[in-house]
Write a protein of this length. Structure first.
Lengths: 528, 308
């Protein structure tokens, strides 16, 4: 180990142990991305089971308890296994290259952050095959469903959350240390690409709230196995306490899943509009404001639980405030496109779809923020439609945009643009057929997390399921595109995209195994 | 090699077996532990699960020992630039912040229960009507000695709070002495640091030994306090919300004191071996930061769990 440190120019180690023992940010980034894709397909399979069951009214395919396991596992796998690791993978690949650093600040710990995840998710998924069945209490695991009435596999769920939390915290510490300590000379904070900025703030949020999640599952563990009464009113506790602690984690968590997406879109739109990003400074401040606000809005998830009126009012107004910095962002993206020389390659298509559809998800969020209106919408399909609009054509579309955008940099080949566009259009159409009707279902009163429903909901459910199958199947195109691109294709230039700016485009495609072993020329670093 | 502020010598280790096997150790630990808990709950034999957890924990401990040894060795070999050392500083700082937030969850639970949940259960305030319907006889006082349902959660006889604000009471009040012990230890670890910076090895070892001893005494007293609680006060984990918050807050703090004492003991061993230079001793500094952090948490505990 000690002899090799002067030689930054040799390539990866041979054999499969390269992946087990690597400290290279690009290797680890690739592993995160593949892992996330695998989890996306697994969580997607669960979603297909849900949509198949809901295709017609009546109990068709699975029994209600298994249906509950599917909704729970779908949520957990998608949030913790697909979306978060995908962003960490992108951070690993891109942040060191964007700031001109030789690698992540703590490369060995970086490897550990990743390798905890496959074990954590193996343990979580294994509960499906255990006698008691997988967790069935929803991804929000409200007590007492997740304590008094939980299947015994809840213990494995708790420990899986513990170790994936440890992974997230280590990953975030690494990202913060990298950004604060590893920037090349000349890369001042306000010259950093927005993806770096958004990740810096995301990592801060992660370190602030993952321990709170660890705390709440620890209280569950003690309630279940050691007789404490945190969430049991009979002993002087309160099940609502669970919801407060959970959502104190949970609300920043949803911004953890969207802030890096903002960074990605802020990189892609200027490239394909061939203009500087409009309002860079305001983007940074808006991101920071959103992060701050995310800590004081958590109880808007609990308007119907029975809070004092002062609490309802405070959380309603605080929540509405978030629309201001978010509006700044949407305005800036649109202003960047205004009178730009736009072209519509696949990453740009996904980015524009993100702006439009995420904004729609934001508007339904505003509707939900209105306390009296939320009394009507709470726990209906309207909520499902809302958060799927911000997470699927929001977070997931941004990840796909990022994949298409940087794939040539990673593989050295251009991806198949025709297949890429096909993937985009099928996803775009599929996702809207899937989730748009769910708004109507929710407004008409269909509750979420049920395997059966009243007859008047049949038509929209049928349409939604068709959209679900279309969207699900279309994702296999992405797999084909990526594999094709890894194997070959038109050689990519270093610049890849005509309008792209930033240090990652100054290195060859594919990016050499080690980049910026010596810092880049400060003249290459431009104001944003 | 360790030249100041250089950006071109950042040490990136090439390959490492440590984290992958640490993951296996961590996985076996938690998987075994999960099975142990479920076995106990369903009254089955937990021997095999215990073995799995133990093997996992041994692997994890062994790997972490190797890992820290490697880092120390590399630093002695001069492979760590100033910039890399700053990465460790940031790393430790943010790690401690994550620990702060972990305790924040439990403090938050305590505040919520004391401010809202218990008084609502007692029929007071906005949501008091629920308590009136469920347990009309429950009275909202903190510490909760009479649980709402004392058949499910046996009442403790006594709490750990301050019974009377007199010097005579405090003279026999264990938490008070524990507070003095921990606060003193924060000072002694600072003296150790000062001695280290003044190249006074003897002073470093002496003050560090005192600190470790104070940590051990603290833990001993806390074990005694727990024994008292279980044996004489009827105050247990399953004796309602007061016991729940009391044991989880002080228990996790005690666990962190154990970890901090262990860290300082390692630093003591390293100091005796001749490690650390006045300008290069981040291992020691990190452990002392951690120690100050557990002290601050204790002050919070003393105020909100014991005094108020």
């Amino acid at each position: 180990m000690s002899a090799a440190h002067d030689d930054h120019h040799h390539g990866p180690a041979k054999g499969f142990t390269r992946w087990l023992y690597t400290t290279n940010h690009k290797d680890i980034g690739s592993m995160y991305l593949w892992f996330s894709f695998a989890m996306f397909l697994l969580g997607g399979t669960f979603a297909m089971v849900i949509r198949a069951e809901l295709f017609q009214p009546g109990l068709q395919l699975v029994d209600p308890n298994f249906f509950n396991q599917m909704t729970t596992m779908h949520g957990l796998i998608m949030v913790f296994g697909a979306v978060m690791p995908a962003f960490v993978g992108l951070a690993n690949w891109m942040i060191p290259m964007m700031i001109g650093a030789p690698d992540m600040a703590l490369p060995r710990m970086n490897n550990w952050s990743f390798w905890i995840l496959p074990f954590a998710f193996a343990m979580l998924s294994a509960t499906l095959f255990m006698e008691a069945g997988a967790p069935n209490f929803g991804w929000t695991f409200y007590a007492p469903l997740s304590t008094t009435y939980a299947p015994e596999t809840v213990t494995f769920f708790i420990f899986a959350v513990h170790i994936m939390g440890a992974s997230s915290i280590m990953g975030s510490i690494n990202i913060i240390a990298t950004i604060l300590n590893m920037r090349a000379p000349g890369m001042t904070l306000m010259k950093m690409p927005l993806f770096v900025w958004t990740w810096l703030i995301t990592a801060y949020l992660l370190i602030a709230v993952m321990p709170v999640l660890a705390g709440v599952v620890t209280m569950m563990l003690f309630d279940i196995h050691f007789g404490t009464s945190f969430f049991n009113a009979a002993g002087g506790g309160d099940p609502v306490l669970f919801q407060h602690v959970f959502w104190f984690f949970g609300h920043p968590e949803v911004y953890i899943m969207i802030l890096p997406a903002f960074g990605i879109v802020s990189a892609i739109i200027p490239t394909f509009a061939r203009k500087r990003l409009f309002g860079y400074d305001s983007m940074v401040y808006a991101t920071a404001s959103i992060a701050f606000l995310s800590f004081i809005v958590w109880a808007h998830h609990m308007f119907t639980v029975g809070m004092p009126i002062a609490g309802e009012l405070f959380f309603m107004y605080a929540t509405m405030l978030i629309a201001v910095p978010t509006g700044v962002k949407v305005f800036n993206w649109v202003a960047t496109m205004f009178r730009g020389s736009m072209t519509f390659e696949t990453p740009m298509l996904f980015a524009i779809a993100f702006v439009v559809l995420f904004t729609m998800g934001g508007f339904t969020g505003l509707m939900l923020a209105i306390t009296p209106a939320d009394f009507q919408y709470h726990d209906t399909y309207f909520v499902v439609a809302h958060f799927h609009y911000v997470l699927v054509p929001g977070a997931v579309f941004s990840i796909m945009a990022a994949t298409y955008y940087w794939l040539p940099k990673w593989t050295g080949h251009m991806y198949d643009e025709t297949l890429g566009k096909l993937h985009f259009w099928l996803s775009f159409i599929g996702v809207n057929i899937l989730f748009f009707p769910q708004h109507f279902l929710g407004l008409a009163g269909m509750p979420r997390r049920i395997p059966d429903y009243a007859l008047q909901f049949a038509d929209f459910n049928w349409i939604s399921s068709i959209g679900g199958f279309l969207f699900g199947a279309s994702q296999l195109i992405l797999l084909v595109v990526v594999i094709k691109c890894v194997k070959g294709g038109k050689k990519a230039t270093a610049q890849v995209w005509e309008g792209a700016q930033g240090l990652e485009w100054t290195v060859d495609s594919p990016a050499p195994y080690h980049t910026f072993a010596t810092p880049p020329d400060p003249k290459l670093i431009h104001a944003q | 090699m360790a030249s100041a502020g250089s950006h071109d010598t950042y040490y990136v280790p090439e390959q490492t077996k440590l984290p992958f096997f640490a993951s296996i150790g961590l996985f076996l630990t938690v998987y075994g532990l999960g099975n142990v808990l479920n076995d106990i709950k369903s009254s089955e034999s937990a021997t095999f699960s215990t073995l799995v957890a133990l093997v996992g924990f041994i692997i994890l401990s062994f790997i972490l020992f190797q890992w820290f040894s490697t880092v120390i060795r590399e630093n002695h070999a001069g492979m760590n630039s100033d910039q890399l050392k700053r990465s460790y500083v940031w790393g430790m700082g943010w790690f401690i912040f994550s620990e702060v937030m972990f305790f924040a969850a439990f403090f938050g639970a305590l505040f919520y229960v004391r401010t809202f949940a218990v008084s609502w259960l007692g029929g007071e305030g906005d949501k008091g009507v629920t308590g009136d319907i469920l347990w009309p006889n429950f009275e909202a006082v903190w510490p909760v000695i009479e649980n709402p349902n004392s058949e499910l959660f046996a009442n403790p006889h006594e709490a750990m709070d301050v019974k009377e604000w007199t010097p005579a009471f405090f003279a026999k009040y264990l938490p008070f002495w524990n507070t003095l012990i921990l606060m003193t230890s924060s000072v002694t670890v600072h003296f150790a640091h000062t001695a280290l910076k003044a190249e006074n090895r003897k002073g470093l070892i002496q003050w560090l030994s005192v600190t470790v001893a104070l940590g051990v005494i603290f833990l001993f007293l806390q074990v005694f306090e727990y024994y008292e609680a279980y044996a004489h006060y009827g105050l247990t984990l399953d004796s309602g919300i007061y016991g729940s918050t009391f044991f989880l807050l002080t228990g996790f703090h005690g666990f962190h004191v154990t970890l901090g004492t262990f860290m300082l003991a390692v630093m003591l061993a390293r100091a005796i071996k001749g490690h650390f230079k006045p300008d290069d001793h981040f291992g020691f500094e990190a452990a002392s930061w951690y120690w100050h952090f557990v002290d601050v948490v204790w002050v919070g505990l003393f105020i909100f769990v014991y005094l108020l």
